[in-house]
Design a protein around this ligand. Structure first.
Ligand code: GLN
Length: 306
């Protein structure tokens, strides 16, 4: 297949850019090797192509958000989730205090406020049960058992003042109903689950395939929920760079501060990149470049007629 050669060529052209910096507010991420680079592509029929550092384990961070939102909608139903979390792009940074003044609802589930609220809506009697339910769900999406990186978890918890503030605000407006500290801990454990770029392209391909995991054939996400998730990724997945992303790349996507980035082109492919240096929006510098190249070269922009 010419695909691995092509992906290698793309990595060669984008690989030299060392601009940007790893996230520094999570010590464990700040101190990790910033030069790692990988790209993985998984088709909706389950062919996976890996080039570069696609077997390195890295915390999933905000790429967990679309999947946690899916699980909250599966567990509570769409109407109940919409009452707690809106679906409007905020144009704000990922950690912005972006709550509707009238209702207290977070603007969308892709920013931290909405993601903390979504995590708290996952079924489970307590914090551990919710995290375990999400970990199991993410494992079915990846096709293998995933684990929490305890060092990354402890590292983020040690500095989680802002996310604690968000959870307390959400609690004060009745959006989070239980203990706000549990909501933060659970959300950060969710973000600390280790994945590889290979896992992420399979998870993204599941979204591209209408919720059917391409390797196991299991319908992990019901079609209507899957459509909801892809729509929210399109409008809100890249935070305050969402408009630029949709026009230039045109693939529903989600980024995370560990340097991971996924894209899901409906009916076609799931893509994942890993490169830790981030731009001012918190999106991976080389990941964005790789997606721009792939979108251009392969005509993957969703607004392009086939
Ligand atoms: N766990 C991170 C946080 O809450 C996730 C942020 C991200 O990946 N953009 O800050």
């Amino acid at each position: 297949s010419p695909i691995p050669d092509y992906l290698t060529q793309v990595l060669d052209t984008c690989g030299g850019d060392t601009s940007g910096a790893p996230a520094d507010y999570i010590p464990e991420l700040r101190d990790a090797d910033p030069d790692r680079l990988g790209v993985s592509l998984c088709t909706v029929d389950g062919a996976v192509y890996d080039v570069g550092d696609t077997a390195d384990e890295i915390s999933i961070q905000s790429v967990s958000k679309p999947f946690a939102y899916a699980l909250a909608v599966i567990d509570r139903g769409l109407e109940a989730v919409l009452q707690k979390i809106d679906v409007e792009p905020s144009g704000d940074a990922f950690n912005e205090i972006s709550l509707d003044p009238a209702t207290g609802r977070p603007r969308n589930p892709m920013i931290n406020a909405g993601a903390i609220a979504a995590h708290a809506l996952i079924d489970g009697d307590n914090l551990d049960a919710r995290v375990e339910r999400f970990r199991e769900f993410a494992g079915r999406l990846a096709g293998r058992e995933l684990t929490v990186d305890e060092a990354v978890f402890a590292s983020e918890m040690s500095e989680a003042y802002r996310n604690r503030a968000l959870a307390n605000l959400l609690r004060s407006r009745g959006i989070v109903e239980g203990d706000p500290e549990d909501a933060v801990r659970g959300y950060i454990r969710q973000c600390s689950i280790n994945v590889t770029a290979h896992d992420l392209s399979v998870m993204a391909a599941t979204l591209a395939a209408g919720g059917v995991q391409p390797l196991t054939g299991e319908q992990v996400i019901p079609p209507r929920v899957n459509r909801q998730v892809l729509s929210v990724m399109t409008t809100c997945g890249m935070y305050d760079a969402a408009g630029d992303w949709v026009t230039s790349v045109g693939i529903p996507a989600k980024s995370g501060v560990s340097g991971v980035l996924i894209g899901a082109l409906p009916g076609q492919v799931g893509l994942a990149t890993f490169s830790p240096r981030l731009d001012a929006h918190g999106n991976s510098v080389r990941g964005v470049q790789i997606f721009e190249r792939l979108s251009d070269d392969m005509g993957m922009h969703m607004m392009e007629a086939p």
